[in-house]
Design a protein around this ligand. Sequence first.
Ligand code: ADP
Length: 159
Amino acid sequence: MRRAIYPGSFDPVTNGHLDVVERARKLFDEVIVAVADNDEKQPLFSLRERLDLLRKTVGRIDNVRIAQLKGLLVEFAKAEKAGAVIRGLRAVSDFEFEFQMALMNRKLDAVVETIFLMPKEEYTYLSSRIVKEIARLGGDVSSFVPACVTRALNRKFNR
Ligand code: ADP
């Protein structure tokens, strides 16, 4: 069984994340979308809300599973018997941080490989951060995120 973990904050899930999930699930038997509860990042959506939005969007795909990411990523990967970690690469600006993370994870556990997937060009400028900013300022985010996320953002910003 070839299994991969796709970790992230998913605050909230965007069409860019969905594009990466679609690519990853063609390469692996199972993809576990693992949501990190990173309080340092002060997420707009609670862990439960982020998990719920993911369940509504990728939860029904048969070889995709949603989970909460607890502890060290490499330990989580080993516990789930996953041989790979998937990360999305949008632009050169992602590279430095991702490179450092991937090599650090390799240092912590040489068995888990990091695989970078590039989204469709139209998603390369898309991030959860920018989507939240647009929604907060009253802009239309419906072409960047699934419909349930647009509704959740409108509720958060009382629209
Ligand atoms: P994190 O806080 O771990 O960066 P994110 O939810 O922002 O979590 O992103 C999770 C992963 O998805 C990261 O590898 C990120 O580069 C990737 N990602 C985010 N947005 C996109 C996008 N529009 N296209 C491709 N990959 C993306």
